[in-house]
Design a protein around this ligand. Structure first.
Ligand SMILES: NC(=O)c1ccc[n+]([C@@H]2O[C@H](COP(=O)([O-])OP(=O)(O)OC[C@H]3O[C@@H](n4cnc5c(N)ncnc54)[C@H](OP(=O)(O)O)[C@@H]3O)[C@@H](O)[C@H]2O)c1
Length: 187
């Protein structure tokens, strides 16, 4: 399979990329790292990315910023960081990527435990993560050409076994799973 991993150089990306490289052709991407550079918050940059790499069988996103701050210090602007950089960026990745992903391919987005099981100070993350989960549940109902979409929702990476994270990604990429919130490190 030809797999595009956006954010391959980050904490999550670095953990899963070597395992996926063992059996697949992997193209890594990031803002300032990887085989190809992309800013997923820009549709023009996403178009340029796919023009450069051509088609893919699996698109994995392990990128997307959001703000951590206590509620009383949060502002609309801080929430908007997560909406723009994590939610809309991944939605635009899917909408743009649909024109370039092969039949029966898959999208694997990223959310996080704070979307369903928040801690104090996590409302900026919770809003973005919960909305990414909702997008995946709804978008899965309308994926064309046998394409699937799932979201990985990990707890803190330092609390997770690498093998559990890799297993979650393989479930999304290499099984028939569709419209699943794949929780790693919590129930
Ligand atoms: N780490 C955790 O414990 C954890 C737990 C649950 C959920 N998550 C979620 O997982 C995602 C990744 O977390 P992380 O800890 O791995 O982050 P990280 O270490 O900061 O890495 C982020 C990666 O994504 C790339 N990136 C960031 N913004 C981008 C953009 N606009 N366009 C293209 N690439 C971009 C970065 O590329 P450059 O380095 O080239 O800029 C980097 O490779 C985040 O959404 C985070 O909320 C993380």
């Amino acid at each position: 399979m030809k797999i595009l991993i956006i954010g391959a150089n980050g904490n999550i990306g670095k953990t899963i990329t070597p395992a996926l490289q063992q059996k697949h052709e992997v193209i890594t991407a990031g803002r300032n790292s990887g085989d190809v550079s992309v800013d997923i918050s820009s549709i023009a940059s996403l178009e340029k990315l796919f023009a450069r790499i051509g088609t893919a069988d699996a698109v994995v996103c392990a990128a997307g910023d959001s703000v951590t701050s206590d509620l009383l210090s949060m502002t609309g602007e801080k929430y908007f960081t997560g909406v723009q950089q994590k939610l809309l960026a991944q939605i635009n990745l899917v909408i743009t990527g649909l024109k370039h992903i092969n039949d029966n391919g898959s999208f694997t987005l990223i959310s996080g435990k704070m979307g369903e099981d928040p801690a104090k100070g996590s409302s900026g993350k919770a809003v973005a993560n919960g909305a990414v989960n909702s997008f995946v549940l709804a978008a899965a109902l309308e994926m064309p050409r046998g394409i699937r979409i799932n979201v990985i929702s990990p707890s803190k990476i330092t609390d997770i076994a690498t093998e559990d994270l890799v297993k979650g990604y393989l479930k999304s990429i290499a099984t028939s799973a569709n419209g699943e919130i794949i929780r790693i490190g919590y129930n």
